[in-house]
Design a protein around this ligand. Structure first.
Ligand code: S3P
Length: 170
């Protein structure tokens, strides 16, 4: 795949598909830095993402997110976990494809709902979690298809997923 020459591994996927969990373990195994773009944004802005959605609105958050993705992808030897909506802008997708090997994690809706239902820092999944997840999954049905590799995280352990990624990039 020539992946390691591509400098970064970018994990994309719906919220709750395991991007951060998998990314941390993968980075450790590769000896690369782990970067979570949501954490990067919160650190830079000094605010929680939920607060940014509330006070600035989603379009402003998306602009900040695009800047963060471009900035992080300047670096190399990083495993980068992105926010679930980071793939929506074409410019972000192009930036990811240029700067790294893009891996999409997916999971079935039941798995996703179980993973996200406790988390209050996901502004797009507040209220009726079931309904919100189903609706968002529907609108984003093909949003992650541009990835170089797609892995289902529903029924496999983090170690197995990391193993699959490592053998795909070797
Ligand atoms: C979002 C997902 C979140 C975060 C923001 C918007 C989305 O990241 O970037 O709340 O649009 O799906 P996670 O995928 O880490 O939950």
């Amino acid at each position: 795949v020539g992946t390691l020459a591509q400098r970064n591994i970018v994990l994309v996927g719906f919220p709750g598909t395991g991007k951060s969990t998998v990314g941390k373990v993968l980075a450790e195994q590769l000896g690369w830095r782990f970067v979570d773009t949501d954490d990067y944004i919160e650190l830079k802005q000094g605010t929680r993402i939920s607060k940014m959605f509330r006070e600035l609105g989603e379009p402003a958050f998306r602009r900040i997110e695009s800047e963060a993705i471009a900035a992080v992808l300047e670096g190399s030897e990083q495993v980068i976990a992105t926010g679930g909506g980071a793939v929506l802008a074409e410019s972000n997708r192009i930036c990811m494809q240029k700067g790294g090997y893009v891996i999409a994690l997916k999971a079935d809706s039941e798995t996703i709902i179980n993973r996200v239902k406790q988390d209050m820092n996901r502004p797009l999944i507040q209220g009726d979690v079931n309904e919100r997840v189903q609706a968002l999954l529907e609108t984003r049905r093909h949003a992650y298809d541009f990835a170089d590799l797609m892995i289902d995280s529903s029924l496999v352990s983090v170690e197995e997923i990391v193993g699959q990624i490592l053998s795909a990039i070797k």
